[in-house]
Ligand binder design. Sequence first.
Ligand SMILES: NC(=O)C1=CN([C@@H]2O[C@H](COP(=O)(O)OP(=O)(O)OC[C@H]3O[C@@H](n4cnc5c(N)ncnc54)[C@H](O)[C@@H]3O)[C@@H](O)[C@H]2O)C=CC1
Ligand SMILES: O=C(O)CCC(=O)N[C@@H](CCC(=O)O)C(=O)O
Length: 489
Amino acid sequence: MTNSIQFINGAWEAGEGQKFDSVDPARNEVIWSGESASANQVEKAVMAARQAFPEWAEKSVDERLAICKKFSELLEENKEHLARTMAKETGKPVWETRTEVGAMMGKVAISERAYNERTGTVENEMPGAKAFIRHKPHGVVAVYGPYNFPGHLPNGHIVPALIAGNTIVFKPSELTPMVAQETVKLWEKAGIPAGVLNLVQGEVETGKALSAHPQIDGLYFTGSSNTGHLLHKQFGGRPDKILALEMGGNNPLLVTNVSDIDAAVHNIVQSAFITSGQRCTCARRLFIEDSEQGRAVLKRLVEVTENILVDDYEAEPQPFMGAMISAKAAGEMVDAQNELLHKGAKSLVRMKQEDPKKGFVTPGIVDVTGVEGLEDEEHFGPLLKVYRYKELDDAIKEANNTRYGLSAGVLCDDEQTYRYFFKHIRAGIVNWNKPITGASSAAPFGGIGASGNHRASAYYAADYCAYPVASVEADTMTLPESLAPGLKF
Ligand SMILES: NC(=O)C1=CN([C@@H]2O[C@H](COP(=O)(O)OP(=O)(O)OC[C@H]3O[C@@H](n4cnc5c(N)ncnc54)[C@H](O)[C@@H]3O)[C@@H](O)[C@H]2O)C=CC1
Ligand SMILES: O=C(O)CCC(=O)N[C@@H](CCC(=O)O)C(=O)O
């Protein structure tokens, strides 16, 4: 039986393209199947969004917000179902997917505030006229989502875009199609008008058909730096289209002068291994002082890491880490570890994949101090590279030795060291004595360098969902008392 997985112009229909499956990475079971959207269906979805745009943009922001608030209520009512769907499809423990649904619910109120604060209407009096700043939606926008937060991160584009008056064609990750389907069902139930939000499911071909479509006015992307750069090239020469790229990182975390070693190790673990290391903000490189205290921190980190519970998403007690998104991704992480060891790195905690058919890996820590030829690449999993350093300036210089710039942090007792680090580190998120994961939706979220294109998301997502219109308005016209030189009336 074909699965109607495409939501186009307010109706569900089966895809016309290639069949693809979604596999539960913890249990190695096919949990969903469907056919990709064809290029014709992508065309149909874009044209539906185009047709729906004028009426949706014409609605008041309160009317558009009412549907978003209803969606948030439905998320609450269906929280457990959606959380378990996310857990089954990503391998993430249920305790964590419940927080993801919570973040989706919170997004509506935060986006309403951001819309008013960032793209609201400003009126100023001036002699014989009034000056206004207003904002208008771009039109039809394509939204691309990653697999690691299949609900929350696409939602971070969709909600602000809808509030601003845009219409959407949503292309979720092909690794999490079931979450996308269940989420869009809630938008349908919330009463989203036909054509305002369209869902095209499929693999990269579907993604390419959508990004190449001439009738999209913008594209909001969260995903790998590799794909983001391909899209950036594709949109080169098209300044008329708004492009927001939220990409990966090779994030540094620096440790120096900490009195509470367990608290420091807890922050390191939360930064490096949460979500099985599958967060763009995860710490990838740990800079530890080559001192007695630094060695004590490292020793404790190894002990705690070796005891991290890795298990099925529904196991009791709940694990800290579930399976990665796929057995393939897990195998690639072990390969990355082995490549580092081959280059001369020293294993402090060995990452292992017990079952090559499942996504479970244990966390890994490798000491890469002094190793030559390390690539500036994001290892998107629970693999932490340790750099031992003597001088703070050398550590900061090496921390900045990356084309990325998403998140960074320092664990230290004294504020002066933090201020110095803050001043010199290049990143869009810089934390002190807190994990570098778990960014707030009430703040801008974005990086520099290869991590983004200066269109921060979260609280600043409103900025790329509407464009400013400045007006000077007078309800009558009169000849000025003094004319410019050279004029006669
Ligand atoms: N900066 C941020 O907020 C975040 C960044 N990420 C990054 O995302 C990555 C993990 O997510 P993935 O799903 O693997 O990313 P991905 O880049 O493989 O896929 C993202 C989306 O782009 C589509 N896509 C892939 N290639 C395409 C192409 N050539 N043309 C058009 N569409 C294409 C995919 O189908 C998917 O919908 C990691 O690198 C992570 O760092 C993940 C979460 C947040
Ligand atoms: O987008 C937001 O509303 C806030 C940013 C956010 O939720 N960041 C999370 C997920 C980042 C990722 O997927 O890698 C975080 O910082 O942990």
